[in-house]
Design a protein around this ligand. Structure first.
Ligand code: SIN
Length: 546
């Protein structure tokens, strides 16, 4: 994991492709970047699964943007900063809220399915927004509608080469620049060197470091891990957002019940049938996510249970079925009636706030490498993301990446085309499938037990020790998706634990029982990691140093 490359045995020498831009990942950040870049450049979009297998596709709530007369960029700015618990980068937030409305209107031109009442957009309320400002499509199917529209635009209106079922193993670097990525075709087992003047990582989050997550199985933190191996800075890794209302079950992924339901008036109830958020936050069930989750944890501990209830039984049934068709139907399939049942729910891992550190043009600290969406850490979310700001972030910052490419590609093109790279020797040993599957389960159990909603030093040291043990029990990976994913999960997990151990305070999504207060004097700053000696694979593993 200290090596710049995770590459493995290959009998044939890899083939080569050349692009101006490669985009890795097919959520809102990746699709927006690919469609925009292809207006001018030769672009490939690479995804390890199929286009729609993304976290964006599952997004229910919608996109936050100041589009109504009663709203303004200033109000959206204030809400975002307040929710972010002191760690938002204000310049990035300002850009998000000011450029957001135009980006959303542009999206509406290719995605006509946004919900309207007559000519007016229907705007939803969600936690910690002072006014209704969430636009949504298909009721609670925003991600599906947006992904389909962007994918359609990419397939029919642009010249993007789409490469599905290709796993990007590692970034290619030379002379301190990113010059593309190595991919593995999951159907043929062939490696390809994809040279590109600019590379955009939009690989999404890392929810699979926990046993219970709303994220799909593909969310294994690949982008963060490969960027770190390549020498880019990653930061804010301790801030993992748990969503208050995952359906209580042991399914994977956990079915999310959108916060917009609480926006329509649904209650959170404890085991005594009481609305426990009343009196805890002036907005009760619509308080910021970190505040709601903290109180949920307390309520569950008091009751000795690991779930609570979401209650929409007092709301109009026709409205519920019309506004939330996907939630109503999925719950029905699972044996619950949203109109008549109190639905068991629990906080569940939902969103990685941390990621690849970028500036306001989506540029990572590694020249030639951009990042957008959940994999990126633009700083707009601070220590606690405001609901429905994430799709907006992908839209806004991918647009800025596309604009910045014009400058970067003109500067770099000639130089990159003349570069050669030197890949390390292959490994042939690998690990048995049962070791990999068991390793993944063990990692998820350790992270869930010790580095979940409530953390303490003792527990996190135990988790770190177990992650170290797991790492040292593994051989270098062969050309195998599951093996690569486990190494990436390990890299992300270790950085989450290390950052969470360092931050001796509670702030936003990071809750420590041994340091329950927020400590601005010592901790009002970001924690970043950067591998400076990536070139030398014989060096001791900085990943696993204490
Ligand atoms: C939701 O619909 O509750 C999720 C929205 C979000 O995570 O931003």
């Amino acid at each position: 994991m200290t090596r710049p490359y995770l590459l493995a045995a290959t009998d044939s020498s890899p083939s080569r492709r050349f692009y101006d831009v490669i985009v890795i990942g097919s959520g809102i950040g990746g699709l927006t970047a690919a469609v925009g870049a292809a207006r001018k450049w030769k672009v490939a979009l690479i995804t390890k699964s199929v286009l729609r297998d993304t976290t964006t596709f599952l997004a229910q709530g919608g996109i936050a943007a100041a589009l109504s007369e009663q709203d303004s960029a200033d109000l959206h700015f204030e809400d975002t900063i307040r929710a972010g618990a002191g760690l938002c980068r204000e310049e990035a937030v300002r850009i998000l809220v000011e450029e957001g409305p135009l980006r959303v209107r542009e999206l509406m031109e290719i995605c006509p399915k946004f919900d309207r009442a007559g000519d007016d957009l229907v705007l939803a309320s969600e936690g910690a927004h002072t006014v209704p400002r969430i636009v949504h499509a298909g009721g609670d199917a925003t991600g599906m509608q947006v992904t389909s529209a962007l994918a359609e635009a990419m397939r029919h209106g642009s010249r993007v080469q789409v490469l599905e079922n290709e796993f990007v193993v590692d970034l290619l670097t030379n002379g301190g620049r990113c010059i593309g990525a190595v991919s593995l075709d999951l159907r043929t087992g062939d490696f390809t060197l994809n040279f590109a003047t600019a590379t955009v990582l939009a690989t999404g989050g890392s929810g699979q470091i926990y046993s219970l997550t709303t994220n799909p199985r593909i969310a294994t933190g690949d982008g963060m891990a490969m960027a770190w191996r390549a020498g880019a800075a990653i930061g804010d890794m301790e801030f993992v957002q748990f969503h208050p209302t995952g359906l209580y079950s042991d399914e994977s992924p956990i079915f999310l019940i959108t916060e917009a339901l609480r926006g329509e008036g649904a209650y959170l109830l404890n085991h005594a049938g009481e609305r426990f958020m009343v009196g805890v936050d002036p907005r009760a069930e619509l308080g910021p996510r970190d505040v709601v989750v903290k109180e949920m944890v307390r309520q569950m501990q008091d009751a000795g249970k690991d779930f609570l209830f979401l209650d929409a039984t007092h709301l109009d049934c026709d409205m519920l079925r019309q506004r939330f068709p996907n939630v109503s139907e999925t719950l029905r399939e699972k044996g619950y009636d949203l109109c008549h049942d109190k639905i068991p729910i629990a906080p569940v891992c939902h969103y990685m706030i941390g990621g690849i550190v970028t500036d306001v043009w989506g540029r990572s600290t590694l020249p030639g490498l951009y990042a957008s969406g959940e994999v990126a850490n633009t700083g707009v979310h601070g220590a606690n993301r405001l609901a429905s700001n994430s799709l907006l972030e992908g839209l806004v910052f991918s647009d800025r990446i596309v604009r910045d490419l014009d400058r970067y590609i003109v500067d770099m093109e000639e130089l990159v085309r003349r570069l050669e790279i030197d890949l390390p020797g292959p490994s042939r040993k690998g690990n048995r499938p049962e070791e990999i599957a068991g390793g993944r389960r063990h990692l998820q159990t350790m992270m869930s037990r010790y580095v979940g909603t409530v953390r303490s030093e003792d527990g996190m040291l135990t988790a770190l020790e177990e992650l170290r043990r797991l790492h040292s029990s593994l051989q270098a990976p062969r050309a195998d998706l599951e093996e690569y994913e486990l190494f990436n999960l390990l890299t992300v997990s270790v950085h989450v634990v290390r950052a969470a151990l360092l931050r001796q305070e509670s702030r936003g999504a990071h809750l420590r029982e041994d340091f329950p207060e927020t400590d601005d004097a010592n901790w009002k700053h970001h924690i970043n990691f950067r591998l400076r000696e990536a070139e030398d694979e014989r060096k001791r593993s900085p990943l696993l140093e204490g």
